[in-house]
Design a protein around this ligand. Structure first.
Ligand SMILES: [Zn+2]
Length: 293
């Protein structure tokens, strides 16, 4: 038997990874290296830099004994008003600097060619590990269970199957599994909401036991869905602090990931790593390359 993977699993980029370079004009002064601190002290009397904590205030310049010092943002003061505050003869020019912090190595390389910047990838990207074969097998097993939910229980309903599993015990059965239950008459009974309800019920039973600690509902758990969850379900995943989401069919029109990137919005207080799992093309016909016995 070949173990051809059933899905090609691609992480959905987070908001920060997709940003393109935007720049803003600042005034800079070229001064001899030994006057750097005097110039920086003088900058304290100028309008402070806003939202530019990621840029280096000073960069090396030509000739080698000179530096360029960022004075302030052009939008905040006219050149005439600025020059009145500087020592006679200070060489002022304008320069474009990146408006945002770079989050990926490629962004960093592009940004720093414009002006020196600091580079601190988000924790979510720093901790990311590629899926290894054992994990791929776990994901595929759970996706098959989600597909089974969709097939077996959904006559007349929207065809969605979801399972929730704990990656710390990948061999065990899912902690929740459900299909779409809107046909019951309750429009809120989406498959993801059903699963979160099952996790909540299990948690309530657990907390009745002594010494049970109360954490966030789905902290560290994985969610597997045959369809990209809608906005309501994605927000429920944010609130219950799910660890990762794997979905198969994307939903460009109404999906909470495709349309709103709810897995990684800077404005939300929880992010979850999300993977789009596309069915892999069938492997080449067996007689194409395999030697005959
Ligand atoms: Zn939903």
């Amino acid at each position: 038997m070949t173990t051809h993977p059933a899905y090609s699993i691609d992480r959905v980029p987070i908001e920060e990874e997709q940003q393109t370079l935007t720049t803003e004009a600042v005034y800079t002064a070229r001064v001899p290296v030994k006057q750097t601190s005097a110039m920086l002290k003088l900058c304290q009397r100028l309008p402070p830099l806003t939202n530019l904590a990621h840029i280096k205030r000073v960069r090396a310049s030509q000739p080698a004994d000179a530096v360029d010092v960022v004075l302030c943002q052009c939008a905040k003061i006219s050149l005439d008003a600025l020059q009145e505050k500087l020592p006679e003869g200070t060489a002022v020019s304008t320069h474009q600097v990146p408006m945002t912090m770079p989050y990926t190595r490629a962004q960093f390389d592009e940004w720093k060619a414009v002006w020196p910047v600091t580079f601190r990838p988000p924790l979510q990207l720093r901790e990311l590990q590629p899926l290894d074969p054992a994990e791929q097998a776990y994901v595929e097993r759970m996706l098959a269970l989600a597909a089974a939910q969709q097939k077996e229980m959904c006559s007349g309903a929207r065809r969605v199957g979801v399972v929730v599993a704990d990656p710390r015990s990948p061999e065990e059965e899912p902690v929740a599994q459900a299909c779409d239950m809107r046909a019951s008459g309750n429009p809120l009974r989406h498959a993801v909401m059903e699963c979160i309800g099952q996790v909540a019920a299990a948690e309530l039973r657990r907390r009745k036991r002594p010494a049970a600690d109360a954490g966030y509902l789905c902290a560290g758990l994985d969610v597997f869905s045959t369809k990209e969850p809608c906005v309501m379900c994605c927000m429920a995943l944010v609130h219950s602090r799910v660890g990762r989401l794997f979905f198969v069919d994307s939903d460009a029109a109404g999906g909470g990931i495709s349309r709103y990137a709810l897995h990684a919005r800077k404005a939300l207080n929880h992010h979850f790593t999300t993977y789009h799992c596309r069915p892999a093309p069938a492997s080449a016909p067996r007689d194409a390359a395999a030697p005959q016995p």
